[in-house]
Design a protein around this ligand. Sequence first.
Ligand SMILES: *Cc1c(COP(=O)(O)O)cnc(C)c1O
Length: 420
Amino acid sequence: MTTASSSASANKDAPVHAPQNAFKHDKGVLLVGGASVQELVERSEGRPFYAYDRTVMSRTAERLRAALPERISLHYAMKANPMPEVVQHMASLTNGLDVASAAELKVALATGISPRDISFAGPGKSVEDIEAGVSAGVIMVIESATEAQRIAELARARDIRAPVALRVNPDFQLKASGMKMGGGAQPFGIDAEQIPALLTTLRHEPLDILGFHIFSGSQNLRAESIIDAQAKTLELASRLAMHLPDRLRWLNIGGGLGVPYFPGEKPLDVAPIMSALAERLEQHTVLLRDTEVVMELGRYLVGEAGVYICAVSDKKQSRGVTYLVTNGGLHHHLSVTGNFGQVIRKNYPVAIANRMDGDDLESVTIVGPLCTPLDLLANQMPLPRARIGDLVAVFVSGAYGYTASPHYFLSHPKPLEFCL
Ligand SMILES: *Cc1c(COP(=O)(O)O)cnc(C)c1O
């Protein structure tokens, strides 16, 4: 068995994909969680599928844990991959779960973890969301003054004090982030400068205000940017904590750790980030004396543990381009096509899953069955020469895949999911 490496590049100096070390292959066939993808195709009766490997999730979490300061509570942000089996496994590897809807909350509670280890964030929570969260006793992360009032009203009606935290839109940005979710004008959270006045108005409400949630961005592969954001997050928390009615008891410092998707991107070295964080925490020992400090991660924990598999249904030439047409595509996996927040489309690491040892390369463009030029899985990639019936694997598909894709578009069958 050998480690799956991503495709070789025709041009020696062109940037290449980071090696795909998560999965092995046997006799040229990719293995996920001990099963060959061909076995999985039989199980799926030919339908495209996502396969997630628990062992890879465990390994990623263990490696991170080895570097993470001991006092940090690690949370899994469920929106990255809310498949119940995945969430159950992640619950066993982390200290808590972050949910963003009543349906996600249900899955989180079903794992059996304590409601106090669940936080519920997201702008525009519905009445049902708020009722579900407050009833369960999870930490409600307040995203606006209106939401604070709604939660307070419900708590009053039930004669309880609801545990809450305020989501702060920071007065800084996470530099070089794939997705900025803090700084400037944002629909997320409450501007840092509005927090003191809001805390004053909430003084007599039946809310147990535990602390803050400060999330500045996502998919970051630059250690210095993350270190910088963490330092600023702790400074901001320190400034705002003075206005809390009680001591700071809960602080979610966000996450933002990225995974390499595209040629030239390298895996993040977490060691320097975590040692810088440990130092920062030391500098704030008074502030953090009674505080649970949470780091929340989604894609970093599950992204590399997932692969998407579809089959080649046609192969054709058009004016010098060789096309592989597959039975899967944009409707199953929006982000591989570059349509999930990417500014410029780049190729994900892709392989021919039943020719992992193949060395007779040809440049191919892989598309899905949808009648739109957006349905592009790989653009001019050198891959082992493929035939109709061969399998295409898209790596780094464990996060923002299945549930982040428009399954109904063109009414083809939905993909399946396996957690192995
Ligand atoms: C989406 C989201 C996350 C997870 O981001 P990843 O890039 O998947 O780690 C964490 N926290 C909040 C508040 C989010 O909205």
